[in-house]
Design a protein around this ligand. Structure first.
Ligand code: KE4
Length: 427
């Protein structure tokens, strides 16, 4: 009944929205079946349009680190909405948000608020090009930095899921300015860097890759990228749209102790509303209009509802012990998952950093784009549906992260472990 009603909802949506979705990964195409239409969410749960409840490990792809509909976040949005929804003018809330990000993120002296992670990464790259007067960027195969033209070259996430890592519509001009290296392969980055030393504006990297599934940076990789840029004009950009305020208040740069020149953030800082940011050294950021010549703008940038939601979110995650508790629960999550998968007759491996985790259906280790691609996406699809049937909502793609929230309590985690045990036995 449920699947049929989601299929009819999807059929109706496809008549007016390409693929019936406003973001490809939601379409379930790589795992099969009709996408679940969600009507509400609370804590660790989402409830679909038929009233079926699921334990949610997508968490809106990261923002819902407190769990869904966290009371003080909702109250902040309602309170802000009563005073108007958008002014297109300065607000003190934007300053408070910028100060909070500056106070938490080591590389950030100044920050610009935008509406999406894609906007943040596109703007950060334009700023790096404007600041250095150079045109090329170096990215890593399988990393995803949003759908900006410069990034859709061997990209991850939905681009990898749907096998179009390099998208039609991206001009040769854009593509030729994007150089590629292998994640966790410092020598490949060094070789590309040295061959193009005086034309690279920036290296952009997900410090923990979350869009090939979770890939952990090996010792020396991030440090090596930092030293490649040191003393040169090339800037190091950490795309912390996933890891920012996920791995801790200082994100991956705090977790690994490597300081980029620019950082992009999103997801968590908007509290579930459209807010993202890019920031870094003041001498770089002050190249932005209206101070400097590099242009970037946005009607809804720093929107009062989004900054209210974001500040309510940050007030919670800045509480002492928040990340320690979340990361302890995540450790238990991995341990219980490993135990529950013992019954599987197929190869699998797990990568986890903090409260980000991926089960890969390959023997592993999964340390780069090529090894991620050895995952059996058909087995993942079977696992996904075996879990969905038991009321557990995982990412509808092998090449995504699972996200834990502070609302995922012991009861929810033991139900999940039991569901994995049962699903593993069917693989
Ligand atoms: P958005 O434009 O989707 O807000 O952010 C783009 C982006 C930038 N950088 C990183 C590291 C990202 O992971 C993302 C977006 N993440 C995907 C999930 N892997 C968003 C989900 C989707 O595309 O629907």
């Amino acid at each position: 009944m449920t699947a049929a009603s989601h299929a009819s909802r999807h059929e109706r949506a496809c008549k007016v929205i390409p693929g019936g979705v406003n973001s490809p990964v939601r379409a379930f195409q790589s795992v099969g079946g009709a996408p679940v239409f969600v009507r509400s969410a609370k804590g660790p749960f989402i409830t679909d349009a038929d009233g079926k409840q699921y334990i949610d490990f997508v968490c809106s792809w990261g923002p819902m680190i407190l769990g869904h509909a966290f009371p003080s976040v909702i109250e902040a949005i309602v309170e802000a909405a009563a005073h108007g929804t958008s002014f297109g003018a300065c607000t003190e809330a934007e300053t408070e948000m910028a100060e909070a990000i500056r106070d938490c993120v080591p590389s950030v002296e100044k920050v610009r608020l935008v509406c999406s992670g894609t906007e943040a990464t596109m703007s950060a790259v334009r700023l790096a090009r404007g600041f250095t007067g150079r045109e090329k960027i170096l990215k890593f195969r399988g990393c995803y930095h949003g759908h900006g033209d410069s990034f859709l070259i061997q990209a991850g996430s939905g681009a990898l899921t749907y096998g179009n890592p390099s998208s039609p519509g991206v001009t040769r001009g854009s593509a030729q300015d994007t150089l590629l290296a292998e994640y966790n392969d410092l020598e490949s980055a060094r070789a590309v860097f040295q061959a193009n030393a005086d034309s690279i504006a920036a290296i952009i990297v997900e410090p923990v890759a979350g869009n090939m599934g979770v890939l952990v940076p090996e010792k020396g990789f991030l440090e090596g990228l930092r030293s490649l840029c040191d003393g040169k004009k090339t800037l190091l950009i950490f795309d912390e749209v996933i890891t920012g305020f996920r791995l801790g208040l200082a994100g991956a740069q705090g977790y690994y102790g490597v300081k980029p020149d620019l950082t992009t953030m999103g997801k968590i800082i908007g509290g579930g509303l459209p807010l993202a940011a890019y920031g870094g050294r003041a001498d770089i950021m002050d190249q932005l209009s209206p101070v400097g010549p590099v242009y970037q703008a946005g009607t809804l940038a720093g929107n009062p509802l989004a900054t209210a939601a974001g500040m309510a979110m940050l007030r919670q995650v800045r509480k002492t012990g928040f990340y320690a508790t979340l990361n302890q629960r995540a450790e238990a999550w991995e341990k219980e998952t490993r135990a529950a998968l013992q019954g599987a007759s197929v190869p699998w491996c797990i990568n986890r950093v903090g409260s980000l985790m991926t089960i890969f259906f390959t023997a592993g280790p999964v340390r780069d784009y090529a090894s991620a691609l050895t995952s059996d996406t058909k087995i993942y699809g079977r696992f996904f549906h075996a879990m969905l049937d038991q009321g557990i909502y995982l990412a509808p793609s092998q090449f995504e992260a699972a996200f834990l929230s502070a609302a995922h309590d012991d009861d929810v985690m033991s139900r999940t472990a039991e569901a994995i045990r049962k699903a593993a036995a069917t693989l």
